[in-house]
Design a protein around this ligand. Sequence first.
Ligand code: NAD
Length: 360
Amino acid sequence: MDRIVLLPGDGIGPEVMVQARAVLDAVARRHGMELEFVEELIGGASIDQHGEPLRDEVVDLCRGSRAVLLGAVGGPKWDDMPVDVRPEKGLLRIRKDLGLFANLRPATVIPALADASALRPEVVEGIDLLVVRELTGGIYFGEPRGRATEGGLRKGFNTMVYDEEEVARITRVAFEQARLRRGHVTHVHKANVLDVSQLWMEVVDEVATEYPDVELAHQLVDSCAMLLVRDPRRFDVLVTGNLFGDILSDEAAEITGSLGMLPSASLATGGFGLYEPVHGSAPDIAGQDLANPLAAILSVAMLLETSLDCPKGAEEVRASVASTLAAGHRTGDLVLAGEERETIGCEAMGRHVLAGLEGA
Ligand code: NAD
């Protein structure tokens, strides 16, 4: 029996979690998987009950599980608390304590939503790319770092550092993902200026020899940023370090135009992962059955594919989401300004996806 830990969190987190769990449960039953769901608190909900955003027991529970599904954390109620006990601290801690070094952010444009992007529909139609970002190293963590004053001038400095093992393991994640997709990896770098990028080039090339069936290209980060808006369909999997990945994953997300549709995964070694929608707790619409549950549901598809080794189930979930949208069902966030269209709530959207699964 595989244990899945559910951490609904705050705001719309619990609402989208109910729908995501129902979808995971339905797919598991169809595929004869036995899952045990354990629900726990994180973020503001945990602060209210236990005085801290994440307890040790919860981290241990997650460690003993196959995967973690998370809703969202945070909200105005906890905004004035000291930084160390804020809801977001729970998120940072769980990522660090569980060794989640690989962040996967797909950006896909479902045909029915091609109009939602700020780019022209003919540019975005058919986008299906995945940014694989190194999450626990690089310039955000490198030493030395700090501030100083020298000769009367204030200075600030950080260090972008990777060792070859850190590069190799994230590169393998990217190549494994490419095998599940269209078999193409683009390594994004700045090797014309940065020594650390030259190490990445060497190591990525070495790892590529283990995957002769996957095609590899190297792309400078500045031209990659341009190509992402000019010709995003050319990309399949992009792999890069923490800083470049932070920026490019948000750029890639933005071109799809729908925050309520974006899933993510953060992976450790051995197939363990934490899956969560990219959006936050949306306090402005919480508790009103207005949230779009599709980002959480698409996170379930990633969980099925990567932690439960059930790509068929993942495909069924994605197909059901696509057909639900093609049938015209929309939550409020998916309706364009000025568009006249009836909307449905979080629960109804979840029900449509479930119904689509039954017909799969
Ligand atoms: P947000 O993503 O919560 O909301 C931004 C806007 O998008 C809001 O108007 C919201 O109503 C809308 N929105 C977001 N998700 C939606 C969905 N599924 N369906 C329909 N509409 C949706 O970002 P924010 O407003 O900047 O932050 C709100 C809180 O969430 C803050 O406390 C912030 O710290 C937290 N946050 C948490 C995470 C996380 O848990 N991973 C990520 C980002 C922000």
